[in-house]
Design a protein around this ligand. Structure first.
Ligand SMILES: NC(=O)c1ccc[n+]([C@@H]2O[C@H](COP(=O)([O-])OP(=O)(O)OC[C@H]3O[C@@H](n4cnc5c(N)ncnc54)[C@H](O)[C@@H]3O)[C@@H](O)[C@H]2O)c1
Length: 376
């Protein structure tokens, strides 16, 4: 087996999901490549060492620049808050490393363009962790749409609802709550949650032409976790937008961190001329399907349990009828990346693919700001 020597920057939530992906992929998916956990980088050496011990990384660094000087590292995995994605990714590409970057690609379109140029100029394999494409039920939805089973598509509807920032006591900035600080996050729910919905939508239903959006920041000031100072909140707490897709269908998207009772309710529904599809992250193994061609006396929504061996990814897991979970989307992403290295086929979503989502996010925020339709 050929080693793929990986260094990860950031050891929070995504650092864990990716490390698990590298560890598990070779157990379930055949490849001539095998990820080798070479180094983890975090600013605090003790934290980095603890993480390295748990996940089996061979070494630790406290400055990501040191990783780029090392010949024993092939790929840099960027699991940091959003404001560091561009700097680390561009420097990594310039050092000739493969770059695996978390989403959203960047803080804005200009940063995203620079990142695409850097990986393309260097000719290094690259990918962005829009992992929901690799939920087996979502991958199956893509197959059904590509087979033309829905016919002409009229509507695409997606929500991503949470409720964890309702209290005004939640700080901004610092560990975990960097998402509320515009300097680290770029935007609020638009880049954090809607970016996932937009990536899935573009993948399933094609490009987005134009958007009209509204955003709201319900809590206007929050204490900054690092300084203790109360500062204006500059991220969007909630965002809704309408759009036209290139295929003529209409889109309706909503995301908020103020939907009491919802922790991570990502849902989408697609309505076509012949059939409709519905999916829900809380019940991620089921794809709901309505086929108008069914005999009218038994016609209705069916709930298909995606676990049989001929369904996407499932032949590599346990036996029919058994579920897998959230973490498996990252394992699938690693497995498909290794496959792309083996075949030389480009991996999707690439930086260039993720730039499309970044452009929609920028247009959504500009539209909300200017209260006007915006062309993407
Ligand atoms: N694909 C998904 O579903 C998904 C889910 C959550 C987060 N994300 C994305 O992943 C990224 C990280 O989010 P998270 O939830 O893991 O955040 P987190 O706060 O849990 O972890 C971030 C890590 O980055 C580290 N870090 C910050 N500055 C650093 C620096 N200069 N050098 C090295 N390490 C540094 C922090 O110490 C922390 O370990 C974000 O871009 C986020 O948008 C994606």
């Amino acid at each position: 087996m050929k080693p793929l020597n990986v260094a990860i920057v950031g050891c929070g939530f995504m650092g864990r999901t990716h490390s698990n992906g590298y560890a598990q992929a070779p157990h379930f998916f055949e490849s001539e490549y095998k990820p080798v956990l070479k180094a983890v980088c975090a600013r605090n050496r003790e934290n980095a060492q603890r993480f390295a011990d748990v996940w089996g990384y061979e070494s630790v660094e406290t400055d990501w620049r040191e990783l780029l000087k090392r010949d024993d590292i092939d790929a840099i995995d960027v699991c940091t808050p959003n404001h560091l994605h561009q700097e680390i990714s561009v420097a990594a590409a310039e050092a000739g490393k493969m770059v695996l970057c978390e989403k959203p690609l960047a803080m804005n379109q200009a940063e995203g363009e620079a990142m695409c140029q850097a990986v393309e100029k260097a000719g290094v394999p690259n990918m962005v962790w829009y992992n929901y494409r690799r939920v087996p039920a979502v991958t199956l939805a893509k197959q059904l749409i590509d087979e033309g089973r829905l016919g002409k598509i009229f509507h695409y509807r997606a929500n991503f609802l949470q409720d964890w920032t309702i209290s005004a006591d939640v700080p901004q900035g610092g560990a975990a709550t960097w998402r509320l600080d515009a300097d680290s996050a770029g935007s609020g729910v638009t880049g954090d949650l809607l970016a996932h919905c937009i990536d899935t939508a573009i993948w399933l239903n094609g490009g987005i032409n134009d958007v009209t959006a509204m955003t709201e920041t319900f809590v206007k000031e929050r204490v900054h976790a690092e300084t203790g100072e109360k500062k204006p909140v500059k991220i969007d707490d909630a965002c809704s937008f309408l759009c036209h897709f290139e295929n003529g269908s209409l889109g309706l998207f909503e995301s908020t961190r103020y939907a009491r009772g919802h922790k991570a309710l990502y849902t989408f529904e697609i309505n076509g001329e012949n059939a409709s599809i519905r999916w829900d992250l809380h019940d991620l193994h089921r794809l709901e399907f309505f086929d108008h061609h069914d005999d009218s006396v038994v016609r209705g929504w069916r709930s298909v349990h995606i676990s049989d061996g001929d369904m996407p990814y499932m032949g590599n897991w346990w036996v029919p009828g058994l579920n897998i979970g959230y973490e498996h989307t990252f394992i699938h992403q690693v497995a498909d990346f290794l496959k792309s290295l083996e075949t030389g086929e480009p991996f999707h979503p690439s930086f260039r693919d993720a730039l499309l989502t970044q452009k929609v996010c920028d247009a959504v925020l500009a539209s909300a700001n200017e209260r006007a339709w915006k062309t993407v």
